[in-house]
Write a protein that binds this ligand. Structure first.
Ligand SMILES: NC(=O)c1ccc[n+]([C@@H]2O[C@H](COP(=O)([O-])OP(=O)(O)OC[C@H]3O[C@@H](n4cnc5c(N)ncnc54)[C@H](O)[C@@H]3O)[C@@H](O)[C@H]2O)c1
Length: 268
């Protein structure tokens, strides 16, 4: 898909990957509507990059619906909806049901509500694209957060279902699955920063993937290798991830350095 002249909506565009996507789409010649829960920062960044800002809470269906309606009323069309907003909360079994529910609504239901409200418009035009920011955690896992690992798998499953169901009707669906990226979502944790790439590199991969019409867009070569290892030797893969989790905990406690010889089997 050529992005020049397209109308593109990006959620979670006040920061990190969403901001980099929005900025890159503007540079590609698209009319970009940037959206975020954080209206103050979102509006300031949209102003800086040359996008129009529409505030929205995508953790509520009414928020997503109002966003799509606002864009259709103003821009008259949506060529690409990037459901990018997401969060990582909670670790193991401790998170409250409220945190599981928040993860479910923002990381999964926002994609479902986005598709529900934008697809009738795209199908009527016979064209459109949905770029879903998932994560390598949707292909692999995330050892530090059960809600994140689970909801990112669900987001990937929904993106696959969309691609299968609407792929023959002019709708392109892509799942953006980066590993670690330098954004506030991963904080300043040194063991995560080591492999983290800049959000602009994710935006490059997304633009290339959209141009090539790819479903699966990854940012690190090791993601696909680990995904294959998981499929081919699942028990062995689980063992390696356990090793990784143990070593990461050790490093978090400052006991010893992260070993270079362990394959990176997780994503964020
Ligand atoms: N940072 C990483 O390492 C990484 C890797 C893979 C995937 N991801 C995914 O990329 C996406 C963007 O994350 P990021 O790393 O740029 O994080 P970020 O924290 O920099 O940006 C997330 C943005 O989403 C917004 N947001 C949160 N809840 C919202 C809601 N209910 N409604 C509207 N906006 C909301 C936040 O205000 C923030 O601006 C997420 O889906 C995340 O899971 C991140």
């Amino acid at each position: 898909m050529d992005l020049n002249g397209k109308t593109i909506v990006v959620t979670g565009a006040a920061s990190g990957i969403g901001l980099a996507l929005a900025e890159r789409f503007v540079q590609e010649g698209a009319a970009v509507v940037a959206s975020d829960l954080n209206a103050e920062r979102g509006a300031a960044e949209a102003d800086r990059i040359g996008a129009r800002f529409v505030p929205a809470d995508v953790g509520r269906e009414e928020g997503v619906q109002a966003l799509i309606e606002a864009v259709l009323a103003h821009e008259r069309q949506v060529d690409v909806l990037c459901s990018n907003a997401g969060l990582a909360v909670g670790n193991g079994l401790e998170p409250s049901d409220a945190l599981w529910d928040l993860s479910w609504r923002v990381n999964v239901m926002s994609h479902i509500w986005g598709a529900r409200h934008v697809l009738p418009h795209m199908l009527a035009r016979g064209t459109g694209a949905l770029l879903q920011t998932v994560s390598a955690a949707g292909l692999l896992t995330e050892v530090h957060s059960a809600p994140y690992a689970v909801t990112k798998h669900e987001a990937l499953a929904f993106a696959e279902w969309l691609a299968i169901t609407y792929g023959d009707q002019g709708i392109h669906v892509a799942a953006l699955c980066p590993e670690w990226v330098q954004t506030p979502l991963i904080g300043q944790a040194p063991h995560l920063q080591a492999d983290a790439i800049a959000p602009e590199q994710v935006a490059d991969a997304a633009v290339q993937g959209l141009r090539a019409g790819e479903f699966l867009i990854t940012t690190h070569a090791m993601t696909r290798r680990a995904f294959q290892a998981r499929a081919n030797t699942h028990d062995r893969w689980l063992g390696r991830v356990r090793d990784l989790a143990r070593h990461t905990q050790d490093q978090l406690a400052g006991r010893h350095a992260f070993p270079d010889d362990l394959p990176t089997q997780r994503g964020n």
